[in-house]
Design a binder for this molecule. Structure first.
Ligand SMILES: [Zn+2]
Length: 141
C-alpha cells in the first residue's frame, strides 16, 4: 500500500469518528464560509487542564478528520500544551521545517492536503477553535 493511500484511509477513518454532540452554550463557534465547515466547542477547565470536550462539528472529510485529531491531541492538556500543539500544527501545514512532529500524532497524515490552500483552512479550523477557547478569545471570530 502506498503512503498516500494509507494516509487517505486514516483520514477517512478519523472523519467517521468526528464528534457531533448536541449541547447548549458553546464557548467558541467557528465557521468556514468557503467550504461550509462548522464547529462549536466547549470544555471544562479543572486543575490547569482542559477536559470534558463537547464538540459539535459538521463539514468536509478533511475538517472532520482534523476535528477528531484535535480532540485526541488537546484533551486533558494545559493551555501551554494546547498552544504548542496548535502552533506546531499550523507550521506543519505550511511546510515549515522547524516542527515538532512527535506531538502531532496521527494528525501528520493531513500533510497530504498541505499543498491545497482551501483544504488547509478546513484542517486548521478545529485547531483555531481550541486556540480561541483556551485564550478566552470568543468575541473575535
Ligand atoms: Zn472543509
Amino acid at each position: 500500500m502506498e503512503l498516500r493511500d494509507l494516509y487517505q484511509r486514516i483520514i477517512l477513518e478519523n472523519a467517521k469518528k468526528c464528534p457531533n454532540e448536541q449541547f447548549q452554550n458553546e464557548t467558541v463557534h467557528l465557521h468556514n464560509p468557503t467550504c461550509g465547515d462548522d464547529i462549536a466547542i466547549k470544555c471544562q477547565y479543572d486543575n490547569n487542564l482542559f477536559k470534558d470536550f463537547e464538540i459539535k462539528a459538521d463539514g468536509c472529510i478533511i475538517f472532520k478528520a482534523a476535528t477528531t485529531f484535535m480532540k485526541e491531541l488537546c484533551i486533558n492538556k494545559t493551555k501551554e500544551e494546547i498552544e504548542d500543539i496548535v502552533l506546531n500544527f499550523s507550521k506543519f501545514m505550511t511546510n515549515d521545517k522547524k516542527v515538532n512532529q512527535k506531538i502531532l500524532g496521527d494528525a501528520v497524515v493531513l500533510q497530504s492536503v498541505s499543498h491545497l490552500p482551501m483544504r488547509i483552512k478546513c484542517a486548521m479550523l478545529p485547531f483555531k477553535a481550541i486556540y480561541q477557547l483556551v485564550n478566552g478569545d470568543d468575541n473575535n471570530q
